[in-house]
Design a protein around this ligand. Structure first.
Ligand code: ZN
Length: 183
């Protein structure tokens, strides 16, 4: 079932997600619905907050581009993005390394908005799957960026928070329009 994507400035987007201790049928249904919703909206990632549920569950799919990372290891083994995507994860813990790089990002809760966001290039993400398996994902490029963007959502952080002050200034009118429309 396709769910409604929550637009900025809905307060649920600022809520830190509850840790998920038990994966029940409701969580599985939520994850399935989120995949359907994300593909329908042509996104590459979606967090539970974006369908109105403040829990630590997110999905990422960058398998459309096998070249979007320079390396990808899952529990120490070399993998391709197609091996691991769609990635459905709960309760992420991230560690960062490498230089900070600025790239354009978008977000399904901010229609038509793009902006440069600076993030560490590399991530080591310790994630749990819906089957309770622990995955340690080490990667860079778009996959690293998408995992960081979605994990931010799970803790109530948004990509606009990480934009430069010049870019924040430039999008003031956009954000005001969104608040008038959806606030
Ligand atoms: Zn987003």
């Amino acid at each position: 079932m396709i769910r409604k994507i929550v637009p900025y400035p809905d307060p649920v987007l600022r809520q830190s997600g509850a840790k998920i201790d038990v994966v029940d049928d409701e969580i599985r249904r939520l994850a399935r619905d989120m995949l359907e919703t994300m593909y329908d909206a042509r996104g590459i990632g979606l967090a539970a907050q974006q369908v109105g549920v403040p829990m630590q569950l997110a999905i990422v799919d960058v398998s459309f581009d096998g070249e979007c990372v320079s390396y990808l290891r899952v529990n120490g083994e070399e993998k391709s993005t197609a091996d691991i995507c769609p990635l459905i994860f709960i309760n992420p813990v991230l560690e960062f390394s490498g230089p900070r790089v600025a790239e354009n990002e978008g977000c399904l809760s901010f229609p038509d908005l793009r902006g440069e966001v600076t993030r560490p290039e590399e991530v080591r993400a310790t994630l749990t799957t819906l089957d309770g398996e622990t995955l340690v994902i080490e990667t860079d490029g778009l996959f690293s960026r998408a995992i960081q963007h979605e994990t931010d959502h799970l803790f109530g952080r948004l990509f606009i928070d990480r934009m430069s002050s010049a870019r924040k200034h430039a999008i003031k009118g956009y954000l005001r329009d969104m608040r008038e429309r959806y606030g």
